[in-house]
Write a protein that binds this ligand. Structure first.
Ligand code: HEC
Ligand code: HEC
Ligand code: HEC
Length: 397
């Protein structure tokens, strides 16, 4: 009789099996983090090893075999540096380099030899020093007025005039009253941020922190050359060399100088997300002689037809493909990128001139076309550059 069959053992077995499955599943879940961690450690080690090889070949010459730094590059194996930067920042700095310094761009995106992965491996290797990084005293190179004067002549002279006496384009900077009214921090801020709306360009993305220090040293020289009334001449010039105190490993807040250097590096590399910033070419450098010449639209048109049409299209209308660039096309010049436009014609010309002089590589993994450095490569004379700028501006009227 079926009603007499005993189901109890089956039920017990089923219950046991269910429980066994549940438990083993729990155990599996519990072990998962360990498995993932082991995986991560494996990948991290591989990245560190790969980064080590790349570093020895490409970076050690300037940053030292163990990242201890040299004449040619700052130390990276350094507690202060490593505790104040995150991986993203190191990635950016290594990718884009630091314009106007000896630090080259390494990522293919910025014209360097490495892929994103190569750069990530370098970051992993640099980061691997952190647990044992020595507490080095970081020195910021003192500003040098002679270097400052050279930078001034190359970048500021066109608007602020010889020795900063001013022109119709920009106010005098060698102005004793102003120099005594404002301190280094104010000048640093003004130079780094500029006042794009008033025609003073943003220099923080063009000059390195050291170069700004050099300019400040030049201003300091102007300042002490003519002391303000009632003020004692600075007998010993304010020390520009800042030697940072040692910081205990746990003291998190960085000294301002280090932060300034680091954030400046960030600003440089964040040029891809402009807010109010004027579009700037990827290649650094100041304006050429063209900005001081009067351009002739008719000859600009001829040059445009010979040299520019194939990339920027008939009458600057664009529409030319640029595979491998993030935009996918070469930018139109009519209408031209609106951040380059300025009501002051000199500033407008200046903005275009930077592209004309130094060329520019668009963002993206492997852009087919880039903007030629017409000035630097001496492919056009300053007058021809002035003419073609006049033509481009006339297209946008
Ligand atoms: C020709 C010399 C040179 C080479 C080669 C070089 N660097 Fe640099 N590097 C510099 C200089 C100079 C600076 C400082 C730039 C500045 O003034 O801000 C720098 C800055 C850096 C910084 C930022 C440091 C800081 O304190 O903000 C990092 C990170 C860096 N380099 C990594 C690398 C890596 C990785 C490589 C190899 C792929 C490399 N560098 C190769 C010269 C060099
Ligand atoms: C394209 C022209 C141009 C160039 C190049 C230029 N500036 Fe200026 N700059 C200006 C103008 C215009 C102003 C005035 C802005 C205003 O009216 O607020 C100015 C203002 C300044 C001020 C503030 C002066 C004050 O009294 O308020 C400083 C400091 C300064 N520039 C420094 C520099 C330095 C340093 C460089 C070179 C790295 C430079 N500028 C390059 C156009 C320029
Ligand atoms: C081989 C192709 C090529 C030629 C030839 C060329 N350009 Fe360009 N140009 C480019 C590319 C690509 C860019 C974008 C660069 C970037 O995004 O950094 C550009 C950017 C510019 C810009 C900045 C505009 C913007 O929106 O970023 C100006 C201005 C400009 N070119 C003017 C000229 C003039 C004038 C000529 C002729 C003398 C010329 N170009 C010839 C490829 C070219």
């Amino acid at each position: 009789m079926r009603s007499n069959e005993n189901y109890l053992p089956h039920i017990a077995t089923a219950a046991f099996l269910t429980l066994a499955v549940l438990i083993s599943f729990q155990l599996f879940i519990l072990r998962e983090p360990t498995r993932i961690a082991a995986d991560e450690t494996y990948h991290k080690n591989t990245a560190v090893t790969a980064g080590k090889t790349t570093f020895a070949k490409n970076c050690a010459a300037c940053h030292g075999a163990n990242g201890e730094g040299s004449e040619d590059g700052p130390s990276l194996n350094n507690k202060q540096f490593l505790s104040t930067v995150d991986d993203g920042t190191i990635f950016s700095v290594v990718s884009s380099g630091v314009p106007n310094t000896r630090m080259p761009a390494w990522n293919q995106v910025h014209g360097g030899p490495f892929t994103d992965e190569d750069v990530r491996n370098l970051v992993a290797f640099v980061r691997s020093w952190q647990p044992n990084a020595p507490d080095l005293v970081v020195t910021v190179k003192p500003g040098d007025p002679a270097r400052g004067a050279a930078i001034f002549d190359a970048t500021c002279y066109a608007c602020h005039g010889k020795d900063g006496i001013g022109t119709d384009r920009a106010p005098a900077l060698n102005d004793t009253v102003k120099l005594h009214q404002f301190d280094d921090a104010w000048y640093r801020d003004t130079i780094m941020n500029g006042r794009p709306a008033q025609g003073m360009p943003t220099w923080g993305t063009v000059l390195s922190p050291e170069q700004v220090n050099d300019l400040l040293a030049l201003f300091d020289q102007w300042r002490s050359a003519a002391p303000a009334v009632g003020e004692k001449p600075a007998a010993t010039p304010a020390p520009t060399a800042t030697v940072l105190p040692k910081v205990a490993p746990t003291a998190a807040p960085a000294t301002p100088t280090v932060t300034a250097v680091v954030t400046a590096a960030v600003t440089v590399t964040e040029a891809t997300t402009p807010t109010v910033e004027v579009a700037r070419p990827s290649n650094p450098g100041g304006p050429g002689q063209a900005v001081n010449l009067k351009g002739v639209v008719a000859s600009g048109l001829k040059i445009y037809t010979q040299q520019c049409v194939k990339c920027h299209g008939e009458a600057g209308k664009g529409g030319v493909d640029n595979p491998g660039s993030s935009d996918g096309t070469i930018p139109a010049l009519n209408p031209i990128d609106e951040t380059l436009v300025n009501t002051d014609i000199k500033v407008y010309a200046y903005n275009i001139d930077l592209f004309m002089e130094h060329g520019s590589t668009p963002g993206g993994p492997n852009p087919t076309s880039k903007m030629t450095a017409w000035g630097d490569e001496k492919k056009l004379t300053p007058q021809q550059i002035a003419d073609v700028i006049a033509y481009v501006i006339s297209l946008n009227k």
